[in-house]
Ligand binder design. Structure first.
Ligand code: AMP
Length: 433
């Protein structure tokens, strides 16, 4: 048992997993680029108030899961690690006067989030999100664009079988009346409520609908639904979102009890699950509209919508669906030599190849040629560049490890020869275990 381990609820991404992760990041970058969303990066921590005010004090994320940073006496500010990206991005939107930019401001960010949650499968204390936000457009067309972008990500990642759950949770005009009715319903069933839910009832009845407590499942199935209480404008907006999604041919399931865990959401709310998965732990992403958030964080009233996709969960779901992991890149060539001690030549030639932009490794161990070649093959290298007596005449031997052939090549044309082979090598990349 090693003395030190990664903190509970975190996980190391070893090279094979990191490569699979990098593939998802590349898909995210490519997609957002195509859709015209610009990259932003905000700090991993913010003033805790950004989350307390933005997400809501009576949310799981703030009440139980916020990773607070112990204050240092000289700073007088209380910080927390970001549990989600939207509040920080909106804080940046307000701070940098993005309201004066052409609207909507379309932003994307991928990075680690932190929640001090009870760790379990698929629920980590540090996890990665691919996040997209469009701030400054009331919708409903942009809502559909955002949802479609999210769904395209799963498709391109190879997670074909996912289910989109959609709801509208109203706005400040219609939600209060609904919340009152919901509270009255729960009060009628007070003795069936678990202790924690009872304590929340007076502060935030909506949260009970979102409860993870199994005791709440049956009770929630009978609770009044928001969609019966939407005001005219919210109903019209929701109809608009659905019409745009229908026009794009996107399938969704209306889920009138979907409320999402944070206070800032208004109107459109959605979550995505791998097909057949029911539990809340397995959501691979979610998002929604947050028309009040910019104002909550000190800006002018500005609508916004976004989503966050949990990349760790997407990798888990891909694994469960049996989708093979993206391979790590293998070297095009490994430089080896007949003289086990000739590390200077091996390193020098590999250095030239790498400076020329090729993926090349030198065998730097002092070991026999056969072992060096075995190592090259194990790495999935296409070629071994063998340095031997021919070097005196300016030549090396180029061994094609995949075809099993070998020929002599002048050192000065080695780069050209390898580059020519490199295109076909890319197609033949091998994974390493
Ligand atoms: P949320 O805003 O809580 O809906 O989070 C958005 C997405 O991030 C979820 O759908 C999950 O895919 C992922 N996610 C949220 N919390 C965690 C966690 N503790 N561990 C891993 N992934 C998470």
């Amino acid at each position: 048992m090693p003395a030190f381990r990664a903190p509970r609820g975190t996980h190391d991404l070893l090279p094979a997993d990191r490569a699979a992760f990098a593939r998802l990041e590349a898909i995210a970058d490519d997609l957002t680029d195509r859709y015209g969303y610009r990259q932003i990066e905000t700090p991993l921590f913010e003033q805790a108030a950004v989350f307390e005010r933005g997400l809501g004090e009576v949310t799981d994320v703030v009440e139980k899961e916020l990773f607070r940073i112990a204050p240092r006496s000289d700073e007088g500010e209380i910080w927390a690690l970001r549990p989600e990206p939207t509040a920080g991005i909106v804080r940046a939107y307000v701070q940098h006067g993005m309201q004066t930019w052409p609207q909507p401001v379309k932003l994307t960010m991928t990075g680690p989030m932190f929640r001090y949650d009870r760790p379990q499968a698929g629920r980590y204390r540090q996890f990665w999100q691919f996040d997209v936000e469009a701030i400054g457009d009331p919708g409903p067309a942009i809502d559909a664009e955002i949802v479609e972008l999210a769904m395209r990500f799963y498709a391109e990642a190879g997670l074909g079988e996912v289910e989109l759950l959609l709801n509208s949770i109203g706005d400040e005009a219609c939600r209060p009346g609904y919340v009152d009715e919901l509270a009255a319903y729960y009060r009628r069933h007070l003795d069936e409520l678990p202790q924690t839910e009872r304590a929340r009832l007076e502060r935030s009845p909506l949260r009970l609908l979102d409860s993870k407590d199994p005791a709440m499942v049956e009770l929630n199935a009978g609770a009044p639904v928001i969609t019966d209480h939407l005001c005219g404008l919210c109903a019209e907006h929701f109809a608009g979102v659905r019409a745009h999604l229908d026009a794009l041919g996107l399938a969704y399931r209306l889920e009138p009890r979907l409320v999402r865990g944070l206070d800032y959401y208004t109107r459109t709310a959605f979550e995505v699950y791998p097909a057949g998965a029911g539990g809340q732990q397995s959501a691979v992403g979610g998002g929604g509209r947050y028309d009040g958030l910019v104002q909550l964080l000190g800006g002018r009233p500005t609508p916004g919508i976004g989503f966050g996709i949990g990349l760790d969960r997407v990798l888990l779901a891909l694994d469960q669906a049996g989708v093979p992991k993206a391979p790590e890149p293998s070297p095009l060539a490994v430089v080896v030599s007949a003289d086990p001690a000739a590390t200077v030549e091996r390193l020098r030639i590999a250095t030239v190849l790498r400076a020329e932009g090729l993926r090349a490794r030198a065998d730097l161990g002092v070991r026999k040629l056969g072992r060096q070649i075995e190592g090259a093959a194990r790495d999935g290298a296409h070629f071994a560049v063998i340095v031997g007596d021919e070097l005196a005449a300016g030549d090396v031997r180029l061994k094609d490890l995949q075809a099993g052939t070998q020929r002599t090549v002048p050192l000065e044309s080695l780069t050209r020869e390898l580059r020519r082979a490199s295109a076909s090598h890319r197609h033949g990349e091998k994974g390493r275990g």
